[in-house]
Design a binder for this molecule. Structure first.
Ligand code: HEM
Length: 422
C-alpha cells in the first residue's frame, strides 16, 4: 500500500512500528526502493515521521543548527546510550563547548596511547588463549580487552576482579539499546550501577581524594566548564565519561565484523599481515561501510528548510538512513560486496557518503567524535589477528540477523586453538 501525505510519498500504513522492528536495517531502504524516492512519510509509535536516505539527505540532515536530537529517540534507547544532559542532547553554543571536551581527548598522541594499551592487553590475552587451548568467544574477549584499555586510558581505576563486572555493564547497555523489552530493562539496571561508580570517581577527583593524570579523560570531565562557565553536575559528568567508555567497548562489534570479513575473504589475511597502513585503513573503512551498526539517526527540525520540493517545518520528526546510505548503489557500486579496494588509494571518504557514525563536520554538528578511535582500534585488532596469532574458525552460526540492533554474528565469533605468531 502506498499514498501521499503533505505532498510526500507515504508508505501508506496506519502505523509501521512493527514493520520497523521486523525489518530493522532494511526498513527505510526497502520503502525508498518501492516508492522510488529518497524521502517518504510513515507513522512510528503513532507519530508522523519523515524518513530520508542517501548522500544529499544526510548532507541536509547535518547542516549545523538545523536539527536537534531532543525528542527524537525513544527514551528506552536514549537512556541506555547518550542519556539526558549529554552532549548529544545539547544544541548551539552549549553543544559546541561540550563537544570540545570530547575533541580535546582525540589528539593523535592520545589515540596512540589508547591503541598501545589495547595492544598490550591483546598480547596478554593471546598468551592466555594459547595456554588454555580450546575455544574462545571473540566478542566477549575483545569487549574485556577494550574495557580494560579504555579505563586505563581514561584514568579510571579498576579493582581486582572488577573488569568482568564493568564490561558486563557496558555490554548490557549496548545490547539493550535497540529494544524496549527485557534486554533493555537489564541494560537500565546495570547502567544505574555504572553511573553510581563513575559519579563516585568524579567526586573523589574533585575533592582531591583521587589523583589522575592531568591529560586523562576522568580529569578532563571532572574539571570541564560548560558554556555558562559552570562545572558539570556530577550526574552529567558521569554520563559523559560513560559516553567515552561504553562506545569504546562497542568497537568490539566492529572488530568481530573485521574477523568475520577476514574469514570470508581469506586472501586479505596475508595482505594485511604485511602491515601496509593504507590497506589496513581500507579494510577497516569497508568493514564500517558494509556491516550493520546504527541503522538510522533521528532529529527534530529546529530551523525550517526546503528539500526536494518539500518544506520541513519546525518540530517535524526526521529519520536519516545511515545504513542505507552506506549501501546506496549510486555511491557504492555492487554495495553488498566486500571490497576494501573502494578505499584505495586512501583518500578521505565523502563526509556524507560513508556515515556509520553520522555525517557532516564533526566540530560543527553531532557527528561522532569517536571515529578516529574506532578506526585506530580496528586497525590495531587487525594487526593482531593477521600478524600476531593463528587460529581456526570452527563450524558455528555466523548469521547476522538484520532485524536485531545491534546485530553481532549469532555465535559471537568463536576461535579455536589460538597460537602465538603469524
Ligand atoms: C563503535 C563504533 C561507533 C559507532 C557506530 C558510533 C556511532 C555514532 C552515531 C551514529 C552517533 C550519532 C551522531 C548524531 O547524532 O548525528 C554518535 C555520536 C556520538 N558518539 Fe559515537 N560511535 C562509535 C564509537 C564512539 C566512540 C569510540 C566514542 C568515544 C570514545 C563515541 C562517542 C560519541 C559521542 C560523545 C557522540 C555524541 C556527539 C554529539 O552529539 O555531538 N562514539 N556515534
Amino acid at each position: 500500500m502506498t499514498g501521499r501525505s503533505n505532498g510526500l510519498p507515504s508508505d501508506g500504513a496506519w502505523d509501521s512500528t512493527l514493520a520497523l522492528l521486523r525489518e530493522g536495517y532494511d526498513f527505510i531502504p526497502r520503502r525508498c526502493r518501492r516508492l522510488h524516492s529518497d524521502v517518504f512519510t510513515t507513522r512510528l509509535m503513532l507519530r508522523r515521521a519523515v524518513c530520508i536516505s542517501g548522500r544529499d539527505a544526510v548532507a541536509q540532515f547535518y547542516v549545523p543548527g538545523r536539527f536537534t536530537r531532543r525528542g527524537a529517540m525513544p527514551t528506552t534507547t536514549l537512556t541506555l546510550l547518550q542519556d539526558r544532559g549529554s552532549v548529544q542532547t545539547l544544541d548551539g553554543e552549549a553543544h559546541r563547548q561540550r563537544k570540545r571536551l570530547f575533541l580535546g581527548l582525540m589528539s593523535p598522541q592520545s589515540i596512540q596511547r589508547l591503541v598501545a594499551l589495547a595492544d598490550a592487553r591483546w598480547q596478554a590475552r593471546i598468551r592466555g588463549w594459547e595456554a588454555r587451548g580450546g575455544d574462545i568467544v571473540l566478542l566477549d574477549e575483545v569487549r574485556e580487552i577494550l574495557c580494560g584499555a579504555a579505563c586505563d586510558w581514561a584514568g579510571v581505576p579498576l579493582g581486582e576482579g572488577e573488569l568482568e563486572e564493568r564490561t558486563r555493564e557496558f555490554a548490557a547497555m549496548i545490547d539493550g539499546s535497540g529494544t524496549a523489552g527485557p534486554r533493555n530493562w537489564r541494560g537500565q539496571l546495570l547502567r544505574r550501577r555504572s553511573e553510581r561508580w563513575i559519579r563516585g570517581l568524579v567526586e573523589e577527583v574533585r575533592q582531591g581524594r583521587l589523583s589522575v593524570p592531568a591529560d586523562s579523560a576522568l580529569q578532563a570531565v571532572a574539571s570541564h566548564r560548560d558554556a555558562d562557565g559552570s562545572p558539570l553536575p556530577a550526574k552529567v559528568a558521569a554520563v559523559e565519561l560513560i559516553n567515552l567508555l561504553r562506545p569504546t567497548v562497542a568497537v568490539a562489534l566492529y572488530i568481530v565484523f573485521a574477523a568475520h570479513a577476514l574469514h570470508r575473504n581469506p586472501e586479505w589475511r596475508e595482505r594485511l599481515a604485511g602491515g601496509s597502513d593504507a590497506e589496513l585503513e581500507a579494510f577497516t573503512q569497508e568493514v564500517r561501510r558494509l556491516y550493520p551498526f546504527f541503522p538510522m539517526i533521528g532529529g527534530r527540525v529546529l530551523q525550517p528548510f526546503e528539500w526536494r520540493g518539500h518544506r520541513f517545518e519546525e518540530g517535524d520528526w526526521v529519520l536519516a538512513d545511515l545504513h542505507g546510505t552506506n549501501h546506496d548503489p549510486r555511491l557504492w557500486p555492487d554495495p553488498e560486496a566486500f571490497r576494501p579496494e573502494r578505499f584505495l588509494p586512501p583518500e578521505p571518504p565523502d563526509e556524507n557518503a560513508l556515515v556509520p557514525q553520522g555525517g557532516g563536520d564533526v566540530r560543527a554538528g553531532h557527528r561522532c567524535p569517536g571515529e578516529w578511535i574506532t578506526i585506530a582500534l580496528v586497525k590495531g585488532a587487525l594487526r593482531q589477528l593477521c600478524g600476531a596469532m593463528r587460529y581456526e574458525v570452527p563450524p558455528q552460526d555466523l548469521t547476522i540477523d538484520l532485524s536485531r540492533m545491534p546485530a553481532p554474528p549469532q555465535s559471537g565469533f568463536i576461535l579455536r586453538n589460538v597460537r602465538q605468531g603469524a
